[in-house]
Design a protein around this ligand. Structure first.
Ligand SMILES: *[C@@H]1O[C@H](CO)[C@@H](O)[C@H](O)[C@H]1NC(C)=O
Length: 195
């Protein structure tokens, strides 16, 4: 039970926005298809959050994630967001591929000893967009899921967004629950990796 509680915490922290309302569903997690031949080296660098699921309460804006390859083959995760008071909120974690035959399925942990939260790369071209899904099963009875549409720049074309929505829909995710992330007025606040 205690480990499950940690797992929930870990999932909640995945977006560095603890106050995001989580999304409960009856039944087990869907198992969407993931990016074939995923190459984590090409995935490193900064990604900007374009849309997410769910975000009934936005804590900050200008959300971004920066991934760097570590010497042991794991990936460092640095998430940042700009709070309303102008301060930057950040959190660091480590992502790893557990099964080399499934490289697009990672686990992210923000605290030592805490079970990983799932990080599934459903689709990415490495250069412009990424679709990430995270779902955790609880007692075989219900699941909590999260999704993010990320981009290398602060905007994505409607065409790309619409394709990614189709992928999420095919996975059984209700895309009407996705909300747009605010990436306006983000410059000049000292966000570390912003170009
Ligand atoms: C992954 O991408 C890097 C950088 O482009 C490349 O050097 C490496 O060979 C790729 N790995 C595989 C397994 O394709």
């Amino acid at each position: 039970m205690e480990m499950k509680a940690f797992q929930v915490l870990s999932v909640l922290l995945l977006s560095a926005a603890v106050t995001d309302a989580q999304s409960f569903h009856v039944g087990k997690c869907p198992e969407p298809s993931v990016q074939e031949g995923f190459n984590v080296t090409q995935y490193t660098g900064t990604w900007y959050e374009i849309e997410k699921l769910p975000a009934m309460f936005e804590r900050g804006k200008c959300n971004q994630a920066t991934y760097s390859l570590l010497s042991d083959g794991t990936v460092s995760v640095h998430n940042e967001e700009l709070l309303a008071n102008g301060k930057i909120n950040s959190i660091d974690g480590v992502a790893k591929v557990k099964d080399p035959s499934q490289p697009a399925i990672l686990g992210v942990s923000f605290f030592k000893g805490v079970p990983d939260a799932p990080y599934w790369v459903l689709s990415t071209d490495y250069q412009s967009y990424s679709l990430v899904y995270s779902c955790a099963d609880y007692f075989g009875l219900f699941h909590i899921d999260f999704a993010w549409i990320l981009a290398r720049t602060c905007v994505l074309t409607e065409g790309v967004i619409s394709q990614l929505h189709d992928k999420l829909s095919a996975a059984g995710v209700n895309v009407n629950r996705l909300t747009g992330s605010d990436q306006t007025g983000c410059d000049g606040h000292g966000l570390r990796h912003r170009k």
